[in-house]
Structures are given as structure tokens and as C-alpha cells.
Design a protein around this ligand. Structure first.
Ligand code: T1G
Length: 697
């Protein structure tokens, strides 16, 4: 066959084995090997066929690295139709994660056997695509329309047990998978079962209301995304027409999705997230330190969430607070978080209990003497942090990693409070820390390579998406956020209202509007930070006059029941407050600002290009390793729509020349304090280059 697909006959059964590490992706060579193998099996003396894979997983999908290149024969749908048409029983043997085109390959086989811990799924929607190799046609015929829609619209993998309940997997393998598949194939031959083709099954007739309900759900939950409606259209066609007509429609819509900018953006994010885990210049052979126990200092919202992130990964945590009372408060936050996760079905009662038992409390630093890693998560006061790190330096064992969860402060300065600067770095979690996936790993000037490598590996272990940042005020995300929030406030005082500024950004795709985010985080947080700065460093008074007036009136946001909006005390539902409109108009007048109607497009461009402009400065300053890292930060930490690829990908899609022109227009209208174009952006545009030309530093 080939070096990626082998073929043997064992006890009269043709065994086709795929070996294409790391995930047995369906590259052209694998597809050709499978085609040659199934044709050979159709013509030789074998009685049945099994298809299985070596390595850690059954085929995990089409080869995404081939996307965007000219289609190479054999096309996957044609290959799978040929596998299904085989006159002998074909059994797929599944382990690991049989996803996308991999699961579609299994569905084109006549029977499926899987190990208990295998997962199967059709995650194409997460790439802005749809199952384009018969999945939209075979799954409804095997499992019914509603299950098919759930599987393809959520894109989440399901267990072997669940797949068996749906009729997508026939047998659970115990012991060696290959042997179990051989025995199953023998059993089928001896029973005279014969090939069972999904394409020959009739679909169930369902009421149109099922599809309408799915369409309504995606319009809400996947607002602005183009792939989900295409998936619904494919399944609707599957049930209304025969298999070949349905597959023709699937092919048309798949081709459409492949050239959709949303898919290009989502594929960019897929690879950017994995690229972000790689640190330029750090050898893959860098030895890692053992992390088997963690200390967390500070049992507030952040400390509690951080403690849970480690406990949920099975790592014991010691939570340190300054008093028994504060400790009790911290532990009760954790208890209620776990109760919430169980209530929402995110964790079983048993799993929550096991995780909770891994978190113990203490009030003395001595209890941290033997932990492998300490994460300080106290109030963002630099002096307090230095005091804590000096104490940790005295207390913790040699080799312990000391991390600060600071959102803004200078990690180099914090490290100087110790005699072990190589062991110090930043681990900036995002609230709520047990849910948000982003982790900014802040590399201080003396952070040792093995400390950095250990932390990056640990991030994967606690299921976080890690991005390395250099040291600057606000690192990557919060530094860029300042311009974003500044423009939101300026648009507000220049003519907008909280609900119009928010609506512009939410309609564009942001998970939450900037004004609502301020109310959620607490307007008093920014207020205190500004009060700590000398007047000349506080920035444009027009950009914070209104929030300051609200804070001074006791309107902190959700936490106080009112901020820019009013919040229902029970449901926390927000509603506009005419009093705030009066305040905005009054403050605008006091600043001689003549309010005007601001188009949504202007709001979007000012807020997004403020992010982009600062992103270019972060790149040229070496704070971020690559543009994709910045995209990952905004998608996983700030609710930026993944189907727009992140701020830097979005700027590339718009065209850097257009972005620069719009920033220059804003500079001419609003002044160069806020709108001086980043030199790197100007340089790329002047030299006719794009971010794709970005060279790693
Ligand atoms: N194609 C090419 N490379 C892939 C790949 C794929 N499908 N999946 C993973 N890789 C690479 C990845 O870039 C990384 O490379 C390495 O494998 C390990 O991945 C027709 C059109 C399978 C659950 O969406 O979800 O089929 O960084 O770090 O955490 O209808 O990878 O080492 O150089 O993620 O253990 C549908 C995508 C495709 C599955 C493993 N399939 N992959 O997770 O390892 S579209 C998917 C994953 C499709 C058909 C349609 C995960 C994983 P490197 P990793 P992991």
C-alpha cells in the first residue's frame, strides 16, 4: 500500500491500518492508500475488512494543512462512497478521537466498534465548515435528525456509550481493539449479516418545526456565523431527497464554506492556538520541573478560581489567606462555584467532591514550604506583592516556582523582591479563573527557560490556552484594552448611549458590549487605578469623566445594582437608566462637547482599530511573539468573535492599507494622542507587506 496505509490479510480478514502521526489526518496519501486498500480487499479472498489506526487516535479529520490548496484526488466523499459500496462487511475500529472526516470514514463503514474511552464527533462547525464527506447525510439516517443536528451544530465530541445509544457505534471493545474488531468481523460474517449501508437507509420524516427550532437556536447562540445554517440546510435536504441528491447539496454548501472568510478565520485560530504554545528560541528538550502541589495566596474571586483550575486537573492546592475568617470566605466561594458547576451539569457531584477535597486552607506561610509552585493572587498593589514575594523567598523550598497573577504590575520589579529571580514569572488568569481558558504567561527578564517551559506545559495540563507575554503595563490583553475602553467612553460622551455603544459591538460579534463589561468588572476598579495615578497620567478627561461621576455617586456596576445600567436584584437583568443619559449629557456640556449621532460603523472601527494599533506596538516591542498570539489572547480572554479570527487577523482581512487609512483619518479628527499610527503598521503598508510576512523575533 504505502508508508501511511498498510494492508494484510489475517485469518481471512483484510486489515487496513493507517499510520500517519500525529493524528492520522486524512492527507492525500492516506486517502490514496485507503482507496487502493479497499479496492484490493474488494477483489481478493478476504471475507471481511477492518479499518483501524496506529498511534494515539483513529483518524481525527481531514488534513487541515491541505485546506486552501488545490483539491487532490481522491476526494474524501468519493473515497467514502467507495468504502461503503464494498461488497464485503467493513468494520471501523475506533480509539482516541474519531473526528470530522475521520468519523465520516467510520460512518461509511458498515459497522463500528470502539474502545470505551474513545470519543467521536463532527467539529467542522468550529472551523466554519460542515461535515463535507457524507456526514450530514449518514448521521440523520443512523441517529435521527435531532441527534444529528445536536452533534453537528455543537461540534462537541461524544463518548462511545452515547454514540452507541444513538446508533452511531455498534459495539464497545474490551481488551485489544484490533482483536476485538477481528472477532466482531468474524461474527458478522458467520451470522451472514452482510454490508449495512447508511446511505440506503430511509431518513425519518420530521416536521419542519424541528429545523425552524434549530435555526432559531443558532441565530441566538451562534449569532453572525454562517456555517450552522448551512448544516441545517444539509440535514433538511437529506431528509427531503435521496442520498445522492443530498450529498450533492452537501458538496455545494461545503465548497461554499471552504471559501468563506469565517472558515479562514477559524482555521487561523485553530493553528494560532497551537502555535502560541511554542516559545521562540526555547528548545523542546528543555527539562521540566515537577509540579505536584500548588500554593495559592489570596482566596478572593481570582484565588478561588485559580485554586479550582489546579484541583480540577487533579493537583492538590493549599489556599493561603490572612485569617481564618478570610479563609472561610474563600473556601465558601469555592464551594459555591463547585455547586454551580454541578447544577449546570458541567461536573458530576462525585467529580466536584473529589476536586474540592484537593483544596486545603491555611493561614501561615510555613504551609507553603514544600509546594512546587506558588501563585500569588492578592489585590493588584505592587508594594503588597513585593512584600509577599520576599516572604515566599524565605519560606519556599529551592526550585519552587513563584508566580504572580498580577493584571498590570511590573513582574521584573516583583521578582527583585526575591533572591531567586529565575524562578519568578507571571501567570495572569482571567476571571472567572476556573472557567476562562486564557492564561498570559509573563516572562520576566530573568525567568529561567525551564521555569517558562514548565509553566507552558502546566497550562496545557490545567486545560488553559497559554500565551507568552513580555513585561509591560497590562501585558498583551489589558494593555490593548485601554484604547478599546477609551474609545467606548469617547463614543458615549460624544453622542452615544450605553445601549447604542454596546449594541454596535455586540452586533459586530463581541460577546459583550464594552459598557456592560465595565459594569460587570466594577467601575470602581478603574476608578481606584486612575486615582492612584498622577493627574497627567490619567489620560483624556472626556474618556473617564462619566464613569468617575457614576462611581462617586455609588454606581459601581452590577455589584451595586447600578452603574451605566440598572440591574434587577434577582435576575441581574440590565436595563437603561434615563438618569445616566442625563449625566452623560451634562458632563458632555461641561466639557463643551457637542453631541452628535455616531454611526455604528464608526464605533466599531474606533474600538477595534484601537486594539489593532496597540497590537502592532506590542509586536514591535517584542511583548508578543507573533500576531496570532494576540488573536488568541482576544478570542480566549475578551470575547472577541473567533469567526473573525482575532484583532490582527481581522486587520489583515480588511487590508492593512485600509486600516492605516482609517487610523490616519481618526488621527486627523481626534488628535494624535490617541491615534498615532503604530510604526510597524506604517512600515508594513509602505513596503507592501502583510502580517503573513511577520518574522518571529
Ligand atoms: N489536520 C492537520 N493537523 C492536525 C489536525 C488536522 N485535522 N488535528 C490536529 N492536528 C495537528 C495539530 O496542529 C498539532 O500539530 C498536532 O496535530 C497535535 O494536535 C471533510 C472537512 C485531534 C483532539 O477539527 O481537535 O474533517 O502543533 O495539539 O490536544 O468533513 O488536534 O504538533 O505541529 O491539538 O491531543 C475536522 C482537529 C477537520 C479535529 C488532538 N477535525 N483537531 O488534540 O493535540 S475538518 C478536527 C483536534 C474535516 C470533513 C472536514 C485536536 C485533537 P503540532 P493537538 P491534542
Amino acid at each position: 500500500m504505502s508508508d501511511v496505509v498498510s494492508y494484510v490479510i489475517d485469518r481471512n480478514i483484510a486489515v487496513i491500518t493507517v499510520k500517519n502521526p500525529p493524528v492520522n489526518a486524512l492527507s492525500q496519501a492516506v486517502r490514496q492508500g485507503l482507496l487502493d486498500a479497499i479496492r484490493q480487499a474488494s477483489g481478493d479472498e478476504s471475507k471481511a475488512v477492518i479499518i483501524h489506526c496506529e498511534g494515539r487516535t483513529f483518524i481525527a479529520g481531514a488534513d487541515i494543512t491541505e485546506f486552501g490548496k488545490p483539491h487532490a484526488e481522491p476526494l474524501l466523499p468519493d473515497l467514502l462512497n467507495e468504502i461503503e459500496a464494498c461488497g464485503k462487511v467493513v468494520v471501523a475500529a475506533l480509539h482516541g478521537t474519531a473526528l470530522g472526516g475521520g468519523f465520516e470514514t467510520a460512518l461509511s463503514c458498515h459497522y463500528r466498534i470502539a474502545v470505551p474511552e474513545a470519543k467521536v464527533g463532527l467539529p467542522e462547525v468550529k472551523l466554519g465548515l460542515l461535515p463535507g464527506a457524507g456526514g450530514t447525510q449518514r448521521v440523520p439516517r443512523l441517529a435521527g435528525v435531532e441527534a444529528a443536528l445536536d452533534l453537528m451544530l455543537a461540534g462537541a465530541p461524544i463518548s462511545t456509550e452515547h454514540a452507541m445509544q444513538l446508533g452511531l457505534v455498534d459495539r464497545m471493545a474490551d481488551g485489544d481493539l484490533r482483536e476485538a474488531a477481528m472477532n466482531y468481523a468474524q461474527e458478522l460474517v458467520e451470522s451472514g449479516a452482510g454490508p449495512r449501508r447508511a446511505s440506503e437507509m430511509d431518513g425519518e420524516s420530521v416536521d419542519d418545526a424541528v429545523f425552524d427550532a434549530a435555526a432559531a437556536m443558532v441565530a441566538k447562540r451562534a449569532r453572525g456565523q454562517s456555517a450552522p445554517p448551512r448544516i441545517i440546510e444539509c440535514v433538511r435536504t437529506a431528509m427531503a431527497t435521496g442520498f445522492s441528491a443530498g450529498q450533492k447539496r452537501e458538496r455545494e454548501l461545503f465548497t461554499e464554506s471552504m471559501s468563506d472568510p469565517q472558515s479562514a478565520a477559524l482555521r487561523h485560530v485553530f493553528f494560532a492556538e497551537r502555535e502560541a504554545a511554542k516559545v521562540v528560541g526555547l528548545s523542546k528538550e528543555t527539562p521540566l520541573r515537577e509540579i505536584n502541589s500548588v500554593g495559592v495566596i489570596g482566596g478572593g474571586t481570582m484565588g478561588g478560581g485559580i485554586a479550582m483550575s489546579f484541583a480540577n486537573a487533579g493537583i492538590p492546592v493549599r489556599l493561603l489567606e490572612i485569617s481564618e475568617e478570610a479563609l472561610e470566605r474563600g473556601l465558601s466561594i469555592i464551594d459555591s462555584n463547585y455547586a454551580g458547576s454541578v447544577k449546570r451539569g458541567k461536573l458530576s457531584e462525585d467529580k466536584a467532591q473529589k476536586c474540592r477535597e484537593l483544596i486545603s486552607g491555611a493561614t501561615d506561610y510555613g504551609s507553603l514550604a514544600d509546594v512546587d509552585l506558588v501563585i500569588e493572587a492578592v489585590f493588584d498593589d505592587p508594594e503588597l506583592k513585593k512584600t509577599i514575594f520576599a516572604k515566599l523567598d524565605e519560606t519556599c523550598k529551592a526550585g519552587a516556582i513563584l508566580a504572580t497573577n498580577t493584571s498590570y504590575q511590573d513582574v521584573d520589579e516583583i521578582a527583585k523582591a526575591t533572591n531567586r529571580r529565575p524562578d519568578v514569572l507571571g501567570m495572569h488568569f482571567f476571571s472567572p479563573a476556573h472557567i476562562m481558558k486564557l492564561l498570559e504567561v509573563v516572562r520576566a527578564d530573568k525567568t529561567a527557560d525551564d521555569v517558562l517551559a514548565t509553566t507552558m506545559a502546566l497550562a496545557k495540563r490545567i486545560r488553559k490556552v497559554a500565551v507568552v507575554s513580555g513585561v509591560c503595563y497590562g501585558f498583551i490583553g489589558n494593555r490593548m484594552l485601554q484604547g478599546y475602553f477609551r474609545e467606548a467612553q469617547l463614543c458615549l460622551i460624544e453622542g452615544g448611549l450605553p445601549e447604542t455603544v454596546d449594541a454596535a459591538m455586540v452586533d459586530w460579534g463581541m460577546a459583550m458590549g464594552p459598557i456592560s463589561v465595565g459594569d460587570l468588572a466594577g467601575l470602581d476598579v478603574g476608578y481606584k487605578a486612575r486615582q492612584a495615578l498622577p493627574d497627567h497620567e490619567r489620560g483624556d478627561p472626556a474618556a473617564f469623566r462619566v464613569p468617575d461621576v457614576l462611581v462617586e455617586a455609588g454606581r459601581f456596576g452590577q455589584k451595586s445594582g447600578k452603574g451605566f445600567y440598572l440591574y434587577d436584584p434577582d435576575t441581574r437583568k440590565q436595563s437603561p437608566d434615563p438618569e445616566v443619559q442625563t449625566i452623560i449629557e451634562r458632563e458632555a456640556a461641561a466639557l463643551n462637547i457637542e453631541r452628535r449621532e455616531i454611526p455604528a460603523a464608526e464605533i466599531v472601527d474606533r474600538l477595534i482599530y484601537a486594539l489593532v494599533n496597540e497590537g502592532f506596538r506590542i509586536l514591535e516591542g517584542g511583548i508578543a511573539q507573533r500576531p496570532g498570539d494576540i488573536d488568541v489572547v482576544y478570542i480566549y480572554g475578551y470575547g472577541f468573535p473567533a469567526w473573525r479570527g482575532g484583532p490582527m487577523h481581522y486587520a489583515s482581512e480588511v487590508g492593512l492599507e485600509k486600516v492605516l487609512a482609517r487610523i490616519v483619518e481618526f488621527r486627523d479628527r481626534f488628535g494624535e494622542d490617541h491615534w498615532t499610527p503604530a510604526p510597524l503598521l506604517e512600515k508594513l503598508v509602505l513596503s507592501g507587506r502583510s502580517l503573513a510576512d511577520w518574522t518571529e523575533r
